[in-house]
Ligand binder design. Structure first.
Ligand code: NAG
Ligand code: NAG
Ligand code: NAG
Ligand code: NAG
Length: 367
């Protein structure tokens, strides 16, 4: 079988991907988070209780060196002055350096989130998660619950008001995970806003923005045509395959953290190499954002459902480092019935009647 483009991309290292798109064979992208601009950058901000919609997306109230020339009479909003400051950073940047502001949002609550809370994480991971649902609800490629829909409406209200009053820059580009909960969240968050004509809501689905590819059915995506039918206004990146070729739950195998990090960097590299926009919206998942923040050198900041985080990113094209090989998928154990519990580092503790189910071979492959 000929590898489709996405799989071919995944089998390359992030380094190779960046250089392939650049037609320079020896470069990669080095990311740093420029802190001091957002509350979420501060070590003292508690992610658990944080709500970006209450605090202007977290933008700190401060002055910038560029205020004097841009806003001598103090008439501009914080976002206008910040946007001007970021423009200046880009204008003065060295040739191999660019700055972007990422608005990274986690989807609203999905049926899989509700089920994990209902059953508890051990029972979810070891038994329920790999099933498609429980007879009452379906959590395979989960849709949003009413709570999730309300979180999207809240995000939509935030943007509606912030665009008008705070004059937050509208995203120039929108990217979404292919999983239904995130794509729907993007759709509802940016629906019916008064956006500048040159910055319409025209989202692109990117395979590599999906959640960690666990054996659970919530991490298996729907077909391209099903996504297109649900969200006709969404575009698909080049090479997006009809079927989900990455999920390996049927073999009892899940993506490793190392592989997820390579994938998160590849997704960012792809966006940074191909998209000249400065203001970029990315709607994705808790695990994917956690991993992206690590790649970007941001402090850890766990997002609740429906929450979002802005990051000012400095990206430099640098000489490539030798590609490392990581184990991409490993077997994940489960139980044949709801487990007694699961133990960190040890896995599922099945009841004596229900034996552990482990996929047989777990051959390391290169990611
Ligand atoms: C990126 O560059 C900075 C400054 O040169 C360096 O300290 C850092 O280790 C680099 N990060 C990565 C991931 O290579
Ligand atoms: C900045 O000030 C405004 C108006 O006083 C306030 O609404 C907003 O929450 C402040 N932002 C932060 C991050 O403290
Ligand atoms: C299925 O899970 C939901 C929680 O997400 C729960 O409310 C419902 O009662 C469960 N159904 C059955 C048959 O246990
Ligand atoms: C997408 O958004 C449009 C409004 O902009 C709405 O009519 C439609 O129902 C939404 N679809 C989904 C699946 O969220």
């Amino acid at each position: 079988m000929i590898a489709p483009p996405i799989l071919a991309l995944l089998s390359l290292s992030a380094t190779a991907l960046a250089s392939k798109c650049n037609q320079h064979h020896e470069s990669t992208i080095n990311y740093t988070t420029i802190s001091g601009y957002f509350l979420q950058d501060e070590p003292t901000t508690d992610p658990l209780s944080f709500d970006y919609t209450m605090v202007n997306y977290g933008l700190l109230n401060r002055s910038y060196t560029t205020d004097k020339e841009f806003d001598p009479h103090g008439k501009k909003t914080q976002w206008q002055r910040f946007a001007h400051h970021v423009d200046m950073l880009n204008r003065k940047a060295e040739k191999n350096t660019q700055y972007k502001v990422l608005f990274m949002a986690r989807h609203g609550e999905g049926y899989h989130n509700a089920a994990e809370s209902y059953y508890g994480t051990p029972a979810w991971n070891c038994y329920w998660g790999p099933l498609d649902g429980n007879g009452t609800i379906v959590w395979k490629d989960a849709r949003l619950t009413t709570t999730g829909l309300a979180q999207c409406a809240k995000a939509n209200n935030f943007w509606r008001q912030a665009l008008i009053e705070a004059k937050i820059p509208a995203p120039q580009a929108y990217y979404s995970s292919p999983l239904t909960r995130s794509a729907t969240t993007a759709n509802l968050t940016f629906a019916d806003l008064e956006l500048p004509a040159v910055r319409p809501f025209a989202p692109t689905v990117k395979e590599l923005l999906r959640e960690g590819i666990s054996i659970r059915s919530c991490d298996e995506r729907s077909s391209k045509s099903a996504i297109a039918a649900l969200l006709p206004n969404f575009r698909f990146e080049y090479g997006f395959t009809e079927e989900d070729l990455l999920w390996r739950g049927h073999d009892g195998k899940g993506e490793t953290e190392d592989a997820q990090e390579v994938r998160a960097k590849a997704a960012l590299d792809d966006i940074f190499v191909q998209d000249e926009s400065t203001w970029i919206s990315i709607t994705t998942h808790s695990g994917q954002i956690r991993t992206a923040l690590k790649v970007l050198g941001h402090r850890e900041f766990g997002l609740s459902t429906g929450q979002a985080i802005p990051v000012l990113v400095k990206a430099r094209k640098v000489a490539a480092v030798p590609a490392t090989t990581v184990e991409s998928f490993t077997a994940e154990a489960t139980c044949e019935a709801p487990p007694v519990t699961s133990v960190q580092g040890q896995g599922c503790v099945c009841s004596s009647a229900a034996s552990v189910v482990v996929a047989v071979e777990a051959t390391p492959t290169s990611a």
